[in-house]
Design a protein around this ligand. Structure first.
Ligand code: TTP
Ligand code: MG
Length: 383
């Protein structure tokens, strides 16, 4: 990089490498060098859950996040399978976030293992590159965890950058080279472009960002509405979203796949309540309350639905969360179908409102329902 390359805005996206697996490896050095898979119990190939993540050794066998655990077992029967320990990961995450927050005034945590940093004060990409190297080394030395960092003029390109040379990579994309960097990439790297949109874009002849740029904006808008305009801008590397320290982690949730598809509705209810409880504990450990609650169900045959409610005020109340979850699940419970999976997710977090009147645990939901939605979800959830 011949320098100096000055820029008004410089953003980092830091993403931990195979995060859950890396934390497990750190806790148990014997795992090093072996394929490690974090997820549900494979039960000798008969397990029915999914892979949360796996280390890079396991990825060589074709194992990856969200793969059914039974398939992972077929591909990598000698792997070491570990049930997730969320409390451990959330602790590790907190410590990493503290280090990141010491490195900048403007930090936006974007998930358990990723964050954006506004490092515009570096002024040049050369200085930002050095800062990224220092930060990466610090996290390696003090937390014994590896991360990858994208350094770019905006969040979009920084995020694509952090994924460019994983694990342990730093990718610097200066303003002038943004287009060159994006062009050969799949349209799927853009925000909100999941498998379904990718298919529709491919039908228009746009598999890469370069070919996507050939499509006129009006055509994309006709095809995808407002999202089309966003794709058009993204394909040009345009993104003026600020790094926003007040944006909270998007969601926290749990889901369980039943060992055998079940029509035991009491068991489904109990499992849902377990998910609510775990998600609530995660949330309270972050000192947050949530406004949006989502129940997800998957019937036999993989048909997946979700139902969402947004409360007028945020809550941390066990009674409210449980009764809201149960009432959202009720229509599905009454459908008389067999359940494969049930899950519960909290989002739209806010700090607890201490002045709210205490709500008694009688199961009423006094502040529910500014908006409820019902949505059928496909197998591949789009961002
Ligand atoms: P990611 O950053 O997507 O994945 P990763 O950190 O494991 O691997 P990479 O090196 O490619 O970044 O997600 C962070 C953690 O979130 C991951 O360690 C486990 C969890 N997770 C799930 O539980 N389910 C999922 O489908 C995904 C994608 C992640
Ligand atoms: Mg990661």
């Amino acid at each position: 990089m011949p320098g100096p390359h000055a820029s008004d805005r410089i953003v980092f996206h830091v993403d931990m490498d195979c995060f859950f697996a890396a934390v497990e490896e750190r806790e148990n050095p014997e795992l090093k060098g072996k394929p490690v898979i974090i997820g549900s119990d494979p039960r000798g190939g008969l397990g029915r859950g999914i892979v949360a993540t796996c280390n890079y050794e396991a990825r060589k066998f074709g194992v990856r996040s969200a793969l059914p655990i039974s398939l992972a077992y077929q591909r990598c029967p000698k792997g070491i399978y570990i049930r997730p320990r969320f409390a451990l990961y959330s602790q590790a995450s907190k410590r990493v976030m503290q280090r990141l927050s010491a490195a900048t005034d403007i930090l936006e945590p974007a998930g358990i293992d990723e964050a954006y940093l506004d490092v515009s004060s570096c002024k040049t990409f050369e200085a930002a590159h050095q800062k990224a190297k220092d930060l990466q080394r610090e996290i390696k030395e003090h937390e014994r965890l590896s991360c990858s960092i994208g350094v770019a003029p905006n969040k979009l390109v920084a995020k694509i950058g952090s994924d460019h040379r994983k694990p342990g990579g730093i990718t610097v994309v200066i303003d002038k080279r943004v287009q060159e960097f994006l062009d050969p990439k799949s349209a799927g790297v853009l925000r909100g472009v999941g498998p379904k949109t990718r298919e529709r874009l491919a039908a228009l002849g746009a598999e890469t960002v370069a070919s996507l740029r050939e499509i006129p904006q009006e055509k994309l808008e006709r095809e995808f509405g407002r999202f089309g305009a966003s794709i058009w801008r993204q394909a040009r590397g345009l993104d003026d979203r600020p790094v926003d320290p007040t944006r909270e982690t998007k969601s926290m949730g749990r889901e369980r796949t039943f060992g055998v598809d079940t029509d035991d509705m009491d068991a489904v209810r109990r499992t849902l309540i377990d998910c609510v409880e775990s998600a609530r504990e995660d949330m309270l450990s972050e000192e947050l309350w949530a406004r949006t609650l989502t129940v997800k169900v998957r019937f036999d045959g993989y048909e997946t639905h979700s139902k969402q409610t947004t409360l007028r005020l945020p809550t941390g109340s066990k009674a409210i969360l449980e009764s809201a979850a149960l009432s959202m699940a009720e229509p599905f419970l009454e459908a008389g179908r067999k359940f494969r999976l049930i899950g519960f997710t909290l989002s739209r977090f806010e700090p607890p409102e201490e002045l709210l009147p205490l709500i008694d645990d009688d199961g009423r939901i006094p502040n529910i329902a500014s908006k409820t939605g019902n949505q059928v979800e496909s197998k591949n959830h789009e961002d």
